[in-house]
Each structure stands twice: as C-alpha cells, then as structure tokens.
Design a protein around this ligand. Structure first.
Ligand code: ADP
Length: 411
C-alpha cells in the first residue's frame, strides 16, 4: 500500500518537474532563436539600406557577428549588377539564387541553395530600378541552436533523473508520519478488539452457565449474573474510552473553555473519592487552600484528576497515602498527585501514557482498568498546552506533576 503511494507521490512530483523543465527548455530555445534571427534581420536591414544608398558596402564589418553576410544588387530584369566584397560563391554561381528571389513576391524569407539555407531581404533600389538583396547564411545560427537544444535537453534529462530520486526521498519523508499513524491505528484496533474480546467471553460463559440451569432461581445464580454485569460495565467504560480517543484522533473532541474555580473543581473530585479511600484504608490528603480561577475545560480537568486519583488509589496498598496538591504560579498552575504505592519501574515510565500500556499485565489484570486512562489524561493535558512530569520509586510511590499554563479566553 505504501509502496504504491510513494510511487504515486514521486510520479506526481516528477511530472510537475518535467512540465516546468519543458517550459524552461522550450522558452529558452524560443527566446534564443528569436534573438539570433532578429539580430540577423536587423543586420540585413542595415546592410540593405547602406548598400541601397551606396554608402558602405564592407561586410567584413558585420562578419564579427557569427554569420556570413553579403548582398547583391540587381537591375530591373534581375541581373546582378553589383555585390559585396565577401561572397560565399562566385557571382555566376549566385545568379540562379538571385533570379529565384527576384521573382519571389515576398520581400523577405528563407531560401535553400546548394546545401545551405539563407535568409534574405529584398529592398528596391532608390536611385535606379532593381533591388538590393541582402543575405545571411543561417548555418552558424542553426548550429548554435542545435547545440543549445542538445545541451538543454541533456541538462533537462539529468535534472529529471535527479528530480526522480529527490522526489522519492521527499515522498518517503512525507510518508513517515502517515506510516507511523497508520501503524498506531492498526495497533489500536488490534488492542481494542483484544480488550473487548475478554469481557465478552466472560459474559458469554457466565450467561451460558445461567442458561444451563434453567430450574435455578435468579438469586441462586446471582454470582454468574454479577460477573456478567461487572464485565458489561468494564466493556462500557472501555468503549467510552475508545470513543474518546477516536474522537481525539479525528480532531472531533473539542474543549469547552470557560472561566472556572479550579480549587473548587478539584475539591469536588477529591471528595467523591473519599468513600473509596476510606474503604481501601488509604489516607487521602489535599492542600487546596488558594483560590484559583482558571480558563479551561472544567469537565475535562475533573476527568484528568479522576484518572490520576483512581490510579493512585488503585496502585496504593491499604495503609498508604495519596496526596493532592495545587499551586498557583505567575504563568501556570501546578497540580500534584502523589501516592505511596507500588511505584513504577524506570523502564516503564516513558511508556505509561501509551494506549493499552499496563506495566505488569498479570498484576494489572487483577485491578480494574483499561490501560487507556493515562492516554486520555495526556490528551487533556496536551490540549490545555500543559506538561506532565512523572517520578516514581518502585515500592515507595509515584508522583504526577501537571503544569497547565494560564490562558487567555481565546485559547
Ligand atoms: P489503567 O487503566 O491500567 O490504570 P492507565 O493508562 O491509567 O491504565 O495506566 C497505565 C499503567 O500505568 C497502569 O496499568 C499502571 O501499571 C501504571 N500506573 C499508572 N498510575 C500509577 C500509579 N499511581 N502507581 C503505579 N502505577 C501506575
């Protein structure tokens, strides 16, 4: 799939380059041709008028210009009466050429004569009947133009080959983030399917057990039904987390930015965790003394704290301590959630924000969770232009420090 895409991108680039090069080659060639021929035309004009008025007739003066110039004067019958000093052939050999042009209706043009092509200009003589015909041998111009065309075409082809490799390289580079996000998406779908399959199997097995004992009462089978219910809740949480991240990926997850009291919001969240902390035998402390007004999405910031406190309580054994801190600085606020729990090994720390990443799968399996909580937390922090720092000491505890900059209303 990416092979084809790269080829397509490369070919598009090369086609555009080829078109531009073609314009350049044709343009340069046409301009050069026009200039060379105009120059010849002008010199022929000068020569014809000088010869016509019989003032100057030395073509050597013009011979510094790349071409051979000469003129011939005729009488009223087309017979040569006078010529310039430098002639490419003897006068008699030129008679048929003059005769042909003399009888041509147009006063300028090109004529092929003895393997040469001449450009000519026919001007009537002022003093006597007849014409002065000035010639220019176009051989050298044609040679110059031929060489120019070969050079331009060769240069163009070399450029095209280079453009092909450059385009391939650029296409490869441009595709790197696409490849990465495609791979991420593939992994995400695979992980999501895997995570959904487990609770679905549990529900199915439990319901089959219930179905296998139709004579039993609901109360007597409540164990299986409760397992099913628990797994359904887990699935529902998983699906809503997946939906959140899918929306975030497609930029559909938006924030509702408004001014709110951050300390009050955090207070509300911590209070909602108190019953759980009490039943788990964990001390839950908070220092939310200062009043802080903050511009942000209050709901999402509460969700962020729910994720962090939920983890802190989940991974802290009975008798431990979980602390929530809030500090207001000039340009940002700092939320700290620390626990005295099991901690995280240093090698796992950089990965805990990845989707579906759970430090010890076997151990985590015993604790409720989807492995998506911190990925969602990270999105919330990033979308508020904030930063998160995690420090942990295995066996001693973990601390999450979140800095969220104070924003203007415009966000
Ligand atoms: P989960 O639903 O498994 O908690 P998260 O994304 O919230 O998923 O966390 C990812 C992993 O990071 C967890 O499985 C856990 O191993 C580790 N983790 C997160 N918070 C803590 C914490 N406070 N103490 C110890 N480990 C933690």
């Amino acid at each position: 799939m990416f092979h084809k895409l790269r080829l397509k991108l490369t070919l598009i680039n090369v086609s555009v380059m080829a078109l531009l090069l073609l314009f350049f080659v044709v343009g340069t060639f046409v301009i050069m041709k026009e200039q060379l021929f105009n120059q010849s035309q002008q010199l022929m004009q000068i020569m014809a008028s000088e010869a016509g008025s019989s003032s100057v007739s030395d073509t050597r003066e013009h011979s510094k210009h790349l071409t051979k110039y000469f003129y011939l004067k005729t009488d009223a019958l087309g017979k040569i009466t006078e010529s310039s000093s430098d002639l490419p052939l003897v006068i008699d050999q030129l008679a048929p050429l003059v005769y042909e042009i003399f009888h041509r209706p147009n006063t300028k043009g090109e004529v092929d004569f003895q393997d040469e092509t001449y450009s000519y200009l026919k001007v009537p003589l002022k003093q006597s009947p007849g014409f002065v015909i000035s010639f220019v041998d176009l051989h050298e111009e044609r040679e110059i133009l031929g060489k120019l065309l070969i050079s331009l075409t060769t240069g163009g082809l070399i450029c095209l080959v280079l453009a092909y490799y450059a385009s391939r390289f650029m296409a490869e580079r441009a595709m790197a983030p696409i490849k990465k996000s495609w791979q991420r998406q593939q992994d995400f779908v695979a992980d999501a399917s895997h995570e959904l399959r487990t609770p679905l199997t549990v529900v199915q097995v439990n319901l089959e057990l219930v179905k296998g004992n139709p004579e039993e009462t609901v109360a007597s089978q409540s164990k299986w039904l409760n397992y099913s219910l628990l797994e359904t809740k887990r699935m529902s949480k998983l699906v809503s987390d997946l939906l959140f991240l899918a929306r975030a990926d497609s930029q559909q997850q938006t924030l509702e930015i408004k001014k709110f009291s951050l300390d009050r919001a955090l207070h509300g969240v911590i209070e909602s965790f108190r019953p759980l902390a009490v039943t788990s035998g964990i001390h839950l402390d908070s220092s939310l003394n200062s009043e802080i007004t903050f511009f942000g999405d209050a709901f999402r910031i509460e969700q962020l704290l729910v994720i962090l406190l939920d983890n802190a309580l989940k991974y802290t054994p009975s008798g431990g301590r979980v602390t929530l801190g809030l500090r207001n600085w000039d340009t940002y606020v700092e939320i700290t959630v620390s626990d005295s729990g099991e901690g995280i090994e240093p090698e796992h720390l950089p990965k805990i924000f990845e989707r579906f990443y759970r430090v010890d799968k076997a151990r985590s399996q015993l604790k409720e969770g989807t492995g998506l909580g911190l990925a969602i937390a990270d999105w919330i922090i990033q979308s508020h232009h904030g930063r998160v720092k995690v420090s942990s000491c295995p066996g001693k505890g973990t601390t999450f420090v979140i800095s969220l900059p104070h924003q203007s209303k415009s966000f």
